[in-house]
Structures are given as structure tokens and as C-alpha cells.
Write a protein that binds this ligand. Sequence first.
Ligand code: 1PR
Length: 586
Amino acid sequence: METTAAPFSSVVPSRQNISSSIRVASPTSLFLSRKNPGKFKYPRSLSVRASSTSDSVVTLLDYGAGNVRSIRNALRHLGFSIKDVQTPGDILNADRLIFPGVGAFAPAMDVLNKTGMAEALCTYIENDRPFLGICLGLQLLFESSEENGPVKGLGVIPGIVGRFDSSAGIRVPHIGWNALQVGKDSEILDDVGNRHVYFVHSYRAIPSNENKEWISSTCNYGDSFISSIRRGNVHAVQFHPEKSGEVGLSVLRRFLHPKLPATQKPMEGKASKLAKRVIACLDVRSNDKGDLVVTKGDQYDVREQSNENEVRNLGKPVDLAGQYYKDGADEISFLNITGFRDFPLGDLPMIQVLRHTSKNVFVPLTVGGGIRDFTDASGRYYSSLEVAAEYFRSGADKISIGSDAVYAAEEFVKSGAKTGKSSLEQISRVYGNQAVVVSIDPRRVYVNHPDDVPYKVIRVANPGPNGEEYAWYQCTVSGGREGRPIGAYELAKAVEELGAGEILLNCIDCDGQGKGFDIDLVKLISDSVGIPVIASSGAGTPGHFSEVFEKTNASAALAAGIFHRKEVPIQSVKEHLREEGIEVRI
Ligand code: 1PR
């Protein structure tokens, strides 16, 4: 770990000296001089004044690029109210400022420069005022980023933000719960100890001699990158405290209450690397009475085998999600399984589910179903981007695309050209690929010979009904109702190219059967792409989770039925994985 951070005030004038008369030059002059790293050119036109707003108010810099509902919810949960930054003056007058950077580096800097926020932020930080940057809010403090760049940053900290190097054998984006190497005097990390926190990003800043005084923790993923900085009252974290469960809330609490006594005994744990994730999935739809329920299919058939043939009802979405959060789920997915025929923005209950869930659930939320372009009954056209935006605004961290990604992949495979117009490409461009999951619903098709079909065929562990030794996995749309001329392998490769950040790999044959994941399929896909793969469908016992992690390169495993029917608690799965030596979130 690098040396202890010197107080920020040691490199900038004390607050008293500059508080009422600082002026800011043009944004470019705020960048660090390369010859003189660590030294600011002092601003010349903005002034900072200590304000006296209530102790329970946090100023939030939200420039409207993504989901900041989670951080709002976390702050409210901790008893704080939020004042939104409207003008650069609001930054300068803040008592404590949180900057949850979302989206891509270049558009964020563009907004900050155009609105004068960049100058105000630099001034505020130079004055050692309480600041917490989150994710992109950390990266923007550096000199520049390679993301669609080089693009100049605020230049507060020496260094360049670069992409993770996937040639080092790691999956990019870095998604999931990872361990920190915490340095001395990190203060807001006092309760983290050796526990995992949640990351989701493709770019990172690297420790160097020039920035070592800023570093309060690092994280290992391929190489060592900066997971947090601290100098005086200025903090920033690459991970998401608002999505890191109770340990993340403790980070926010310590920033908001800097005088909290130091923890005598750090929380127990021995996190050392990226943990395998256990995800609870809620398939949601309206039942015949019109109530939104969590349902669960057998090979995608969600209706009871009774005379009434009603939709299986396994509980209320918000209640179940809250329970799974308490039970230790690392992530929660909502799939609106009739989204292919109902328009999600008409289906407001789903938006309400997200809004309510995100108030009390502080782990990542994914939502899928119906993400595509749509024209409603009155002729109003909605782009898939608008649909996704509404989901993000309502509390989703990631959106999941099913059918529409299949059509986009088919087009791409056929033409070999990217149109840039598919929902997948557009959403990934605006929100980053880490925010876009592609959900694949394949069905196993046995063949006698690998050359029988023009798709990737594999030798399967268990032969088919007529002794077939080979199979391909045919993709479907509309909840498994229609098979398409593309295999899961071809689809996975195509959607990675088109901008997917993660693959949710279902299997219709295994869904609801409780006989284990389709290891052949999970192995095939997780070995073929460089993005994380979530294994789904078929979990029946804790042993099925260890099996999929031991035999494949899946990053996460998802289950539905066994959790809904309370057959296997999430904690039993985690304990079993730990016993098997598989690292899970602590
Ligand atoms: O096509 O973009 O509208 O998205 C529709 C989404 O809804 C897709 O993600 C698709 O997977 C999902 N979906 C559609 N119909 C069904 C259905 O079940 N009839 N559910 C459905 C998919 C599969 C998994 C399930 C696992 C684990 N559900 O999510 O939760 O198989 O189950 P298990 O542990 O009980 O075996 P679009």
C-alpha cells in the first residue's frame, strides 16, 4: 500500500487565506502542470464561502446522465436530505458535496465545462471542503481519460484513466464485489476492513509516484488500480458505496459524520479478490386478476397445471426483493416476462416496483423486459433509449435486453456491419456497456453430427433422446415462444461486439427443473466471450452453484425457484461456496 495521504491543505493554500477571494481561470488552466504534478494553478474568479445549512443536508451534483436514485435513497436512508446543485454557486456554498459520476467521461466533462461546474468543483476541492466522488466522480479528478479520448479531466490528481487490459486474462467490465487493500488514514473506509465492495467499470486509474499521496486504497484486478483517494476532507471511491450493502452504507455514514469514533474492531472478513456472485431473479408479470406477481416457470411455462391454469404466484416483487437483500443476495434481477408484448412505460407497476425496491435495497438492481423501440396506441413513438432511461431513473443499475438483442445480433451476423441503431448499441453508447446485460433464452437442439447445422455445435455430456452426441443452442425471442436462426454462441459473440457488458445465460431446457445448470452451455459461452457471464436456470441445491463455478468460467450464478419456494436459503448457498473454497461476498 502506498504512503499515508498528506492533508490536502498541505498542497493548497489554507481555506482562510483563499476563502473569499478565489478567482478561477479558464478550465484549461486548472489542469495540473505536467512539470509540476500535484500543484494547482489557483483559480481566480470564484469564491467559496462556508455556508451554514443544516447538518443533515447533503449537496448532490447530478448532471442527469444515469441512475443517481440509488445514492439519493442511500442518503435518505441515513437520515439526510438532499439539495441538488443547480448552479456553480451551489457547489461553492455546499457544506458537503457528493458527486456520483455516471455515464461516460467525455460527456460528463463536457457538461461540467459548459455549465461552469468544472471550475466550481476545482475551487471547492482546492479549499479542502468535504467532498465525495463516486465511480466516474473519482475518475474525473484525474488529468485525462482514454475513454473515447484522450479527454481532459479536472486535473486535480496526477494520472491518466485507462481501460482495463483484457489481454491480461480478465473480464472487462470489472463487475462485482472485490476486496480493497486499505491504507492508513482512509477514515471513511474504517468499517470496510477485509470485506468486499461493489465495482462496475471498464476504466481505472493506476497508482504512481505522482499520485501516491492521494491513494487511500487500491484493488487488484488484473493489475492494481486506485479504488479510493483521500486528502484532507476530499474523498473519492471507484466502487459504489450505495450499492455495497451495509458495508457501503458505513462508508457513506463516515463521510457524512466525520467525527464518528474510530472503529475499535474492524468488521470480520478476509476478502481477497473478486467474489463469485449469487443473484436472485424475480420473473414478474400480471396475473389474471391484474396483480403484479413474482412467478416462475417450468421450462418457461408459468401457468399452474390445474383446471384454472392460472399464473403461478410466488409473492410480491418489492417484498421478495427486500427479503433477498437481507438474505445476502449480491444482486437482484427483475424480468418483466411479458414485456415483449406489453409496453414497459405503459406498465407503470414495473417502474413502481423499481422505485420502491431501490429505497431499501442497496445492492445492484437489473431490470429487463420490453426494452425496444415502441409506438403506443396514440401513435407516440418511444425509443428504446427512452425506455431504458426511465428504468435507470427509477432505480435500475443495469438493464437487460432479450428479444431485441437477438434481432440486432442476427442483423450483425448477416451484414457484418454495426448500424449503431439497435437498442443495445444505443443504450451501451450512452450509459456504458457495464449498464447493459443481454439475456439469452436458448433451447438445446440435438444433432447427430457437428456439420448438421451452420451454428456452433458441441459434444454434450449427456446424449439426446435418440443417442445424439451433439447439440447446438438455438436462441429464442418472446419468452421462448419463437426459435430464431442464430445459436447462443453466435449471439454471445455478436452482442459482445455490439456493446453488451454482461450476459445473462438462461437455458429453457433446465429452467425450473432443479437438476443443475447446463454446464456444457455455460462453459461454451463463458469460454467464448471476454465479458462476465451469469449462469442461469436449473439450480436445485447449493452443490449446483459450486459445480458451475468449478467447471466453468461463469462470474455469477442466478436462481429463482429454489429461493422463492424457500427450499434453499441464499446464505446456505454462500456457506457452501465458502466451504468449497470459492470466494463469495463477505
Ligand atoms: O425479450 O427483452 O422482452 O425480455 C424478456 C425477458 O423475460 C428475458 O430476459 C427472458 O429471459 C424473460 N422471460 C420471458 N419469458 C419468460 C418465462 O419464464 N416464461 N423468464 C422469461 C426467463 C428465466 C430465468 C429464470 C431462471 C432461473 N426466466 O430468469 O429466472 O431460469 O430459474 P430457476 O432457478 O427456477 O431454474 P425481452
